[in-house]
Design a protein around this ligand. Sequence first.
Ligand code: SF4
Length: 401
Amino acid sequence: MTILSASKLDVLSRCGAMARLEHAEWGEPRYRERGRAIHEFLASVGSLGYDRALELVPKEWFEDCRAIDVSKLPACDPESYASEVAFAIDWQEGTARELGRGLARRYDDVLLTEVAGTCDVIGIAADRVVIFDYKSGFAELPDPRENWQLRHYAYAAARVFGKDCADVAIIRLWPDGRSATTLRTLTSEDLAAFALELRELMRETLLLKANEPGGYVVGQHCRRCPAVPFCPAVTGLVRNLAVLDEAKRGSPEEMAAQLSELPASAQTEAYGRWQAAKAGLELVEATLKILAARSPIPMEGGKVWGPVLSTTSRYDGGVAFRVLQERFGNEVADEAVKIVSSQAAIERALKPLPRGDGQSFAALSREVLGEIEARGGVSREQTEAFRKYDPSKRPALVSER
Ligand code: SF4
């Protein structure tokens, strides 16, 4: 039987059918490895110290971990915080217990009426528990107040440590070293409501598992669903995409014209199905890469598709500039060598520097970035990107196309 852990509750709340299917890790192994390396690094900073924890990071992920400003993160204070704490909630009884620490997500003695999960970092304050969860991926996530995983940890920790409320935070760690924390408070009423919702969800899931053959709800949550490799709804979508020929599918313009005649709710549904199809296609890509790594896949014209080693030469900008300047003058050197930087790279370089007179890092960063701007060292260009946004905070960019 598939074990339902806290990290799967959010998808389960949107599609109960996922509980019926087998689960597997899927997607780019590289991203999973990166996420694991970051979690292990952060979990060991508290117990081993920053330098030793960084030494143990695999070479490939060293720069990603080094770029994280651990001074902002709670794992650095072992006196007040514990990391990798596993809990189980008995959803029938509403009780909770601590399973242990550093269990590497292995929940061997969990009961059928329990849902287990491992909290990245937990802190115990006088009147509340504080829950932090690191997220190193790119997927869109529910707000911490609506996040089943964090609500699970908050409820369990509050019960185990005898507290009435909880602060819950998601710490996003981006590949360029930036981090962002979203913190919310769950009151005792919020925690009590969660216990009822969890009981309801698990009861519905068991009923659905027993009685309904279908019940698949495709949507963007599918990208976080561990059942994607086994889901008939997603594989059906991908198969349809793969077999429809151009004539049946119509041109992009014809499809856009048809979609624009649909009511907004149908367009929202189409968006969800597109996300689900993308999840399926990501799985197809990951599977093909595994197969091609074992044996390259034949392509037209006698070619094959598979992993290849490619070498990219990086030329030192300073040396290249001097050589070109000496031989061809400033114009050619300027044309060939561009020295560019980014806010993230500048802040990374500034972070370890000592600061005087109690100056905060934010103040130093503002000062340096401001000086660069004042000297004409900043140019900005606007690009159009598609993402979810709040229309009350920024105007819609509407085109006539
Ligand atoms: S992939 Fe989507 S539709 Fe399929 S089981 Fe998971 S959540 Fe449901």
